[in-house]
Ligand binder design. Structure first.
Ligand code: ATP
Length: 297
């Protein structure tokens, strides 16, 4: 095999709670992760032997501002497996980004996960999903989840995963406002001592198990909104706009700024899409669904 292409799905958080800050500075989380249909296209091609003793990895992306060197998470993933298994090959990785960047949708982590899976297959390494996740967590806390995809409970710093049944069928509207939200700023300004109510993650799990869409939406909550909505009112505006236009519920994903709305009808979701698009609050607006983050390979 000389060529492989993979869909690297983005994610949203249906629920995001922070339990505590650990002594090492990491936050202990309790999150419900959900893949979305929106994906980056990754193509890996084997070009031949490496001209040096090291793996040779060319990266190409359609976004000029993304790194096309060893700082790209796709590069790091390929390099990790190829050096570990002494594969002295020359490969090219082409990334077509569809997932908004720095948006709380794990775009980099999912590309990283896709390349780990792709290299495993391209070079017939025969590594299990569990083994790939072990490599993945060394590159990013969300990478193990991205390897698995679907609906999952994520705990610890994000590496402790429990598979859940797929979320009830629905349509998801995504809107990324044109602002940059620094993850460091968000966590840095989160004052856990001042938080009185936490999202009911266990309640959400029950609703998902019961395939109760309205119940699930009623449990949506993201603790990080306490920081971002204060700083960036555009997030609140988008949430309100989605709900005013038929969403069962709307929330920010991850540390933002992407806002999503959950709809029980495609028509309503489509109409809301048009309203959000026309409002100019977000340039990147997508209609999608729970997708199949579980790209089997
Ligand atoms: P998360 O939801 O995990 O917080 P995010 O959506 O906030 O992720 P990403 O889109 O993953 O953020 O990108 C964050 C940074 O990672 C960007 O500044 C980008 O330069 C860098 N990066 C490296 N490789 C990639 C990649 N393949 N795709 C996107 N960003 C990448």
């Amino acid at each position: 095999m000389h060529y492989i292409h993979i869909r690297a799905h983005g994610k949203i958080n249906l629920g995001l709670d922070i339990l505590r800050k650990r002594e090492d500075g990491y936050h202990e989380v309790k999150m419900i992760m959900q893949s979305v249909g929106l994906y980056d296209k990754i193509e890996i091609t084997l070009l031949g032997l490496s001209s040096t003793d090291e793996p040779e990895i060319d990266i190409e992306t359609n976004l000029r501002y993304l790194p096309s060197n060893e700082n790209n998470l796709a590069y790091k993933a390929a390099y990790l497996l190829m050096s570990e298994y002494k594969i002295k090959a020359h490969i090219s990785i082409k990334i077509k980004k569809m997932i908004p960047v720095s948006a709380g949708m794990a775009g980099g982590s999912t590309d990283c996960a896709a390349v780990l899976k792709g290299i495993n297959k391209l070079f017939n390494l025969g590594l299990s999903i569990e083994k790939l996740k072990e490599y993945g967590v060394t590159l990013g806390a969300d990478v193990p989840y991205c390897i698995e995809g679907g609906t999952a409970l994520s705990e610890g710093i994000g590496e402790k995963l429990t598979k859940l049944p797929d979320m009830p069928p629905c349509i998801i509207l995504l809107a990324k406002p044109p602002i940059n939200v620094s993850t460091k700023f968000v966590y840095g300004n989160l004052d856990l001592t001042k938080i009185e109510t936490h999202p009911d993650i266990d309640g959400m799990i029950e609703a998902i198990k019961a395939q109760d869409l309205k119940g699930m939406v009623s449990k949506m909550g993201n603790l990080l909104e306490t920081v971002t909505e204060k700083e960036y009112p555009i997030i609140t505006e988008l949430k309100e706009m989605m709900v005013a236009n038929g969403a069962l519920g709307s929330m920010m994903s991850g540390s933002g700024p992407t806002v999503f709305g959950i709809f029980d009808s495609r028509e309503k979701a489509k109409a809301a899409y048009e309203v959000v698009k026309a409002s100019g609050l977000a340039r990147q607006v997508y209609l999608t669904d729970g997708g199949d983050g579980n790209e089997r390979y």
